[in-house]
Design a protein around this ligand. Sequence first.
Ligand SMILES: [Zn+2]
Length: 83
Amino acid sequence: MDEKDRFGQKIHDREKAHEDQWARQRDQELLDKLRKHPAELHCPQCHALLKPETVAGLAVMRCAHGHGGWLDHENLAKLTDRK
Ligand SMILES: [Zn+2]
């Protein structure tokens, strides 16, 4: 690898680290928002408590047994705007 390639790789690594940090921060903000919902949500199929998670940049309350999840109005709007 020559000097130019190493420099390019360094810049790429640095950009990737910034993106990862931004994504982590965004996910944390989404989860903090979800946790502010006053009511506990339960899965309509197995009645397990839904857990806050981020999926593809959306904050969802998800059944740990894989039955599905719940999106609030804001996240549902984000999903339908993507198309
Ligand atoms: Zn369930």
